[in-house]
Every structure is written in structure tokens, then in C-alpha cells.
Design a protein around this ligand. Structure first.
Ligand SMILES: N[C@@H](CCC(=O)N[C@@H](CS)C(=O)NCC(=O)O)C(=O)O
Length: 214
């Protein structure tokens, strides 16, 4: 079977980052399409036709648009099983893997949505209040995940990395300018250091033009 064609609609450092990173890690040829999210291109009709949520990422697979970063990285990892970045059905780690993927996508990532877009839950006037409330909730997530890693690490699934760890490192990166960035938790810092040492991370930074948190 021939390799699918991939085009990633992305914005540097955004939720598309983990999809881009996994494409590079899996050495999958792909095209990039920059979305000017500061200029609002994600809310224009042309982009909404690809992704009705008006957010990045969108991944075109053989021309067909797909969204949700977590779903995309699971799909990519499962479609290229030789890299071992997702336990497949039947693997004893499968349930833990799915649990982490959904947990990061459903519980941790939405808190960052509130951190970056604090006007969304209750309007501009309450943005500071939202920030004050969301900060300890993000820190509580780091407490919980760090404790898991201390007992079961160095990766979320133990001694082998999976795309859940890539997702986690993207979320950690988003905390870099918070009063207590995720790297203040030792087991999280160790996990991030391992993943950032992979050649795909340097390539990702180069291609997205990123410098912070290198
Ligand atoms: N659940 C979505 C969330 C994506 C998301 O919130 N993307 C942000 C960037 S990190 C975005 O596109 N923001 C622009 C906007 O909301 O207008 C996913 O994981 O793919």
C-alpha cells in the first residue's frame, strides 16, 4: 500500500505542534500550511470548511481533513506501528495508553485553553479571575502526573515512550512562562529532557522557527 499524503495546517507552538513533532519523529513526508491564527485565518470560510471548530491543527490525509491533535497523533502512531509509539489493541499497555491520551486531551489541555484564552469562560471582565483559578488547577495536574512518573516512570507507560509523552511535553511547554512551569516538577522535567533530546525536536523547532524552551 502506498504511503498516504499528509498536509498539516499549523501555527508555530500551537496544538498543531505535537502533530508536526510526531510526523517528524515517524519520518513521514508531509507538507505544511501555515495558518495565521493571530490574523484570524482560522475563522475564515476557507479554513472552516476544513475544520469547523476554527482551530489548528487540521491534518489532510490524502486530501481529506481531520482534526483534534490527540486523535491525530494516535492515528499516526497506530498507522506506523514499527516505531512503537502506541500500544496496539491486545497490548497490555493499551488501556493505560488510551487513558493517558484522553486524560491529557480532556482534562489537562482544556485548562490551558482557559489559561491562553481567559476571556472565553466568563468574558473579558473576569479574565483575571479565571487566570487565578486555573493556575492551581494546572499545578494540581503536574502534581498528579509527577507522582505517577515517580512511581511508574520515566515515561507515562513506564520504560517506553509513546505519543502520550509527546502530547504531555507540548502541554508542559505551554506552561513555560507560568509562575511555576511544569519543569519545576522533577519527574516531569526528566521526561521532557528525554523527549527534547530526540533529533525530531530540534527539527521541529527549526521548522516552526521556535526558540523559547529549546
Ligand atoms: N481540541 C483541539 C484544540 C485546538 C486549539 O485550541 N487550538 C488553538 C491553538 S493551541 C487555536 O487554534 N486557537 C485559535 C482560536 O481558537 O481561534 C485540538 O486539540 O486539536
Amino acid at each position: 500500500m502506498s504511503q498516504p499524503s499528509y498536509t498539516l495546517h499549523y501555527a508555530p507552538g500551537a496544538a498543531s505542534l505535537v502533530v508536526h513533532w510526531v510526523l517528524l519523529e515517524l519520518e513521514l513526508p508531509h507538507a505544511l500550511a501555515l495558518v495565521d491564527i493571530k490574523g484570524g485565518a482560522q475563522k475564515q470560510a476557507a479554513y472552516l470548511a476544513l475544520n469547523p471548530n476554527g482551530v489548528v491543527p487540521t491534518l489532510l490525509v490524502d486530501g481529506k481533513p481531520h482534526c483534534e491533535a490527540a486523535a491525530l497523533i494516535v492515528h499516526l502512531a497506530e498507522s506506523h506501528p514499527a516505531h512503537g509509539l502506541a500500544p496496539l489493541p491486545g497490548d497490555p499497555s493499551r488501556m493505560d495508553f488510551l487513558q493517558w491520551m484522553f486524560n491529557l486531551a480532556n482534562m489537562v489541555q482544556p485548562l490551558f485553553r482557559q489559561w491562553w484564552y481567559p476571556h472565553e469562560p466568563a468574558g473579558e471582565a473576569l479574565a483575571e479571575t479565571v487566570l487565578a483559578h486555573v493556575r492551581p488547577r494546572i499545578e494540581a495536574q503536574w502534581d498528579r502526573i509527577d507522582a505517577h512518573l515517580a512511581a511508574n516512570g520515566p515515561y507515562l507507560l513506564g520504560d517506553r515512550p509513546s505519543v502520550a509523552d509527546f502530547h504531555l511535553v507540548m502541554l508542559m511547554r505551554w506552561s513555560r512562562n507560568m509562575p511555576r512551569p511544569a519543569t519545576e516538577w522533577p519527574n516531569l522535567a526528566a521526561l521532557a529532557a528525554k523527549l527534547k533530546a530526540r533529533p525530531s525536536f530540534a527539527r521541529l523547532y527549526e521548522r516552526e522557527g521556535l526558540t523559547e524552551w529549546a
